[in-house]
Design a protein around this ligand. Structure first.
Ligand code: NI
Ligand code: MN
Length: 227
């Protein structure tokens, strides 16, 4: 059974694997690029990379409605419990855990993680998700860091990298990230949501094709690819 990766816009992805649906950073309400709504999704699990509103997004209402397991760093998991979300699994950077949908390992990310109400959200994270069909690395919001080379050593089939600039890596640094990670395929995200992070993903994909052996996969919000 294939693993299906669907971009829901911005940093939000739905991953269907092992008969389960996992949402990463479900920011749908107030997301101008969202391809669906918070009421229309029914995940089995949600992974939250960091505390910012465009990543925590609709986690609380979706988790309360569906009972989905929410996986996040310790500080965000504790904050979610305070919001009435009972089904959480706290992890932290460098730690891996086997779930029924695959193995999650949290990585470093160079960014912030303050929660929408000003609470401390711990350190921001990226996510490595190992499935039966392959390994996905969702870098989430981050600047370029040389340890992406170590992440690449895990054998990344699909890397999801921000290219929007301003808040995260822009196209130049995302291209350098591809060279460090050497994934089989790369999906650009975190662009086009607002004017400040407008980018040309096709132009970036051309550079990836010209300068690396990684296959770029440019999705539209709502678009998907399979592992
Ligand atoms: Ni952020
Ligand atoms: Mn963001």
């Amino acid at each position: 059974m294939a693993t299906k990766i669907t971009w829901l816009g911005h940093g939000t992805f739905s991953i269907e694997t092992a008969g389960r649906t996992v949402l990463i950073d479900p920011f749908l309400t107030d997301n101008p690029s969202a391809s669906t709504t918070a009421d229309a999704v029914s995940p089995d699990a949600i992974i939250v990379t960091h505390g910012h509103a465009d990543h925590v997004g609709d986690t609380v209402p979706i988790a309360k409605r569906t009972g989905a397991l929410v996986v996040a760093n310790f500080e965000i998991a504790a904050w979610l419990e305070g919001q009435g979300v009972d089904n959480t699994h706290a992890m932290h950077i460098g730690g891996a855990h086997d779930f029924d949908f695959g193995t999650v390992k949290l990585t470093i990310a160079h960014h912030g993680s303050g929660l929408p109400d000003g609470s401390y959200g711990g350190n921001p994270c990226g996510v490595i998700l190992k499935t039966a069909e392959g390994t996905i690395y969702h870098a989430a919001d981050t600047g370029l860091f040389y340890d992406m080379k170590l992440i690449g050593e895990e054998g990344i089939d699909v890397a999801i990298l921000p290219i929007g600039d301003n808040f995260t890596m822009g196209p130049d640094d995302a291209l350098r990230a591809v060279k460090l990670i050497e994934p089989k395929r790369v999906i650009p995200d975190h662009f086009g949501t607002w004017p400040v992070i407008e980018q040309d993903p096709q132009a970036w994909a051309e550079r990836v094709r010209a300068e690396t052996s990684t296959e770029p996969v440019v999705l539209e919000p709502g678009g998907a690819c399979e592992l």
